[in-house]
Ligand binder design. Sequence first.
Ligand SMILES: Cc1cc2nc3c(=O)[nH]c(=O)nc-3n(C[C@H](O)[C@H](O)[C@H](O)COP(=O)(O)OP(=O)(O)OC[C@H]3O[C@@H](n4cnc5c(N)ncnc54)[C@H](O)[C@@H]3O)c2cc1C
Length: 211
Amino acid sequence: MDRSGLREESADLVVLAAGGLETPKILLRSGIEAGDGLFADLFVNTYGMMRGARWREEMSMATVIRREGYILSPILDTQIHMLLYLPLRKKLMAFRRGARDASGIVREEGVVKPVTPNDREKLDEGVRISKEILLEVGVESSSIYTTGVRGAHVGGTAAMGKVINREHETEISGLYVGDASALPRAPREPPVLTIVALAKRLSKIVYESAS
Ligand SMILES: Cc1cc2nc3c(=O)[nH]c(=O)nc-3n(C[C@H](O)[C@H](O)[C@H](O)COP(=O)(O)OP(=O)(O)OC[C@H]3O[C@@H](n4cnc5c(N)ncnc54)[C@H](O)[C@@H]3O)c2cc1C
């Protein structure tokens, strides 16, 4: 181990699974071109206050409205999120009531994920419909607030067919990738089951190659 605490290990077989944002950085540091094609599910939350609604007790995302290129689903995010995004007046109301396309790039120095005009259009349409729904169920119109754009479900940054082959292997023999960065494009659904399936497939491949 050197003075920085780093220790070098050698292995014939390495499976890299540090996630869609970290795996490409490690690959880049290993001399492998990775990090293009970052996708993420962009989303905003539109909140509104309604006395006695007890939304906090409801299961998140229990219902989904599917539209062309986006979904609408009810979710009440954490208090920390409200602390970050709500303007002061609405923040006070919230706490008093006890409520609660692949165009990105990852480089070693950071991540860029622009909101394209197409993304913006879908987000705006979703917000418009969400507001209509909130007003229809009786939310106070003055309390309605939409957060800034955030991203979740990142991947695509060491895509199969580009950075890794069908067996998950990189150009460095014995170095495999087994996380969301391997997905060649956004699955359009929450990705975790697909990632688990990919990881199970990879485990079979490396087991067979090692035995
Ligand atoms: C709050 C939240 C809710 C979510 N809900 C859902 C959901 O309901 N359904 C769904 O499908 N998806 C959901 N997701 C997304 C899902 O969790 C991710 O898509 C999935 O975990 C990605 O898997 P991964 O293996 O690519 O990366 P990760 O699960 O992020 O695993 C990467 C691992 O590598 C580790 N790591 C990173 N860098 C290093 C390093 N240099 N050295 C050592 N270790 C390192 C990290 O600590 C982490 O443990 C949610 C995510 C969040 C944050």
